[in-house]
Ligand binder design. Structure first.
Ligand SMILES: Cc1ncc(COP(=O)(O)O)c(C=O)c1O
Length: 374
């Protein structure tokens, strides 16, 4: 078992320091910031790299750091695009194992961790990531410990235990859960926290590759995405850069819209003020638990992705998010989560203001199933 031969190095998103990809690593040794997996991908035809007989995210194994033969997979990704009118589509991530897009990142992270010799996997989570980690840990027969805020809806907690994970509940937010884990994990535990481990982004980047295929090589104009830790946003941005280097697309990018809620909007605040980094959001409060991330360590990378794609960032008030969640679910029959409701609210606002034009083709991400929030 070894990493794909295309893996060149781990590189820091901030200081560009390089690390050996053949070791279990979390953050940059020089500056403590998130690492990226750099791949040496061939210039050429997409058809040569896409396994069209594989209907999961592993159809893109040619651009992924783990060979298909070493994938810990429950058949994740390759989710449908559902048209909802006005040149707008929902990318329906509820179809993933454990019902959320977190399956993509955790399939990749668990595959990499197993390959590199991890003995137990740990992570703080708002719910969906914990469920996915528990499932992939079970699939790989690797023990899992998750820490979650104590107000995490019960279905997430039950689901983790159902998959045999140890669960610890902590007062506060995911940041407090992260602090609890840092103080309580064992020396041989490997931390697969969002953006503190480089392979989750590699799983999430498959969403960018899927949009390329689903739009027949022509990309949508706008992608509206709910942002917590930012792996999805950063993953798609990385995918499009890779595609440009391989000659699949030009330098045009979908404009990335980062959606948060008014109760926890560190990325939006930094974007609006022109800052290059996010500040810790005190008193974070929202029932879109995946967006209750007051101090995203990869906030500066999200800001780069938004600005380099001429995108924007928008915060939605809690009540509007509830209303739009139910509205979109009732309109489409898709099990919209609060984060997906915030995305719908943002899309309506941006269409009303003209930032999204009538001709723009828009993809909205519904990142997970709504049922577990009740
Ligand atoms: C349903 C849902 N949407 C969005 C997010 C935010 O994702 P990211 O950390 O990739 O920004 C989360 C994270 O927990 C989530 O569970």
């Amino acid at each position: 078992m070894s990493l794909a031969s295309t893996v060149e190095t781990l590189a820091c998103f901030s200081c560009e320091a390089r690390l050996d990809p053949n070791a279990l690593e979390t953050l940059c040794h020089e500056c403590g910031m998130p690492l990226r997996v750099d791949l040496d991908l061939p210039v050429g035809n997409p058809a040569d790299l896409i396994h069209t007989d594989d209907f999961s995210m592993w159809r893109y194994a040619g651009v992924l750091p783990i060979p298909r033969s070493d994938a810990v997979s429950l058949v994740e990704g390759f989710t449908p695009l559902i048209e909802v009118g006005e040149a707008t589509w929902i990318k329906d991530e509820t179809r993933n194992p454990t019902g959320s897009f977190k399956a993509r990142g955790l399939s990749m992270a668990v595959s990499a961790a197993v390959l590199l010799g991890a003995e137990r996997l740990v992570a703080p989570s708002a719910g969906n990531a914990a469920s996915a980690l528990a499932a992939y840990g079970a699939a790989a027969s690797v023990p899992v410990l998750v820490a979650m805020p104590e107000d995490t809806p019960r279905p997430f907690i039950d689901e983790c235990r159902h998959f045999g994970a140890d669960v610890n509940l902590v007062p506060g937010t995911i940041s407090d859960a992260g602090r609890w884990l840092a103080a309580n994990r064992g020396p041989r535990d490997f931390d697969v926290s969002t953006m503190k481990e480089p392979y989750r982004v590699e799983g999430k980047k498959t969403m960018g590759y899927e949009l390329f295929e689903q739009f027949h090589g022509d990309m949508p104009d706008v992608v509206v995405y709910p942002t917590g830790g930012g792996t999805g946003l950063v993953g798609m941005w990385k995918a499009w850069d890779e595609m440009e280097r391989m000659g699949w697309i030009g330098d045009d990018r979908p404009r990335l819209v980062s959606v948060q809620t008014a109760g926890c909007a560190p990325v939006v605040k930094a974007f609006d003020s022109g800052a290059e980094t996010t500040e810790f959001w005190e008193g974070a409060e929202t029932t879109a638990y995946g967006l209750r991330v007051p101090g995203p360590i990869g906030g500066f990378v999200c800001l780069r992705a938004i600005r380099e794609t001429d995108g924007t960032a928008i915060a939605i008030p809690e009540q509007e998010m509830y209303d739009k969640t139910d509205e979109l679910a009732a309109m489409t029959g898709i099990d919209v989560c609060p984060e997906g409701g915030a995305v719908w609210a943002a899309t309506r606002r941006l269409k009303a203001s003209g930032w999204i034009g009538a001709e723009d083709r828009v993809v909205m991400f519904n990142t997970g199933t709504g049922l577990k929030y009740r």
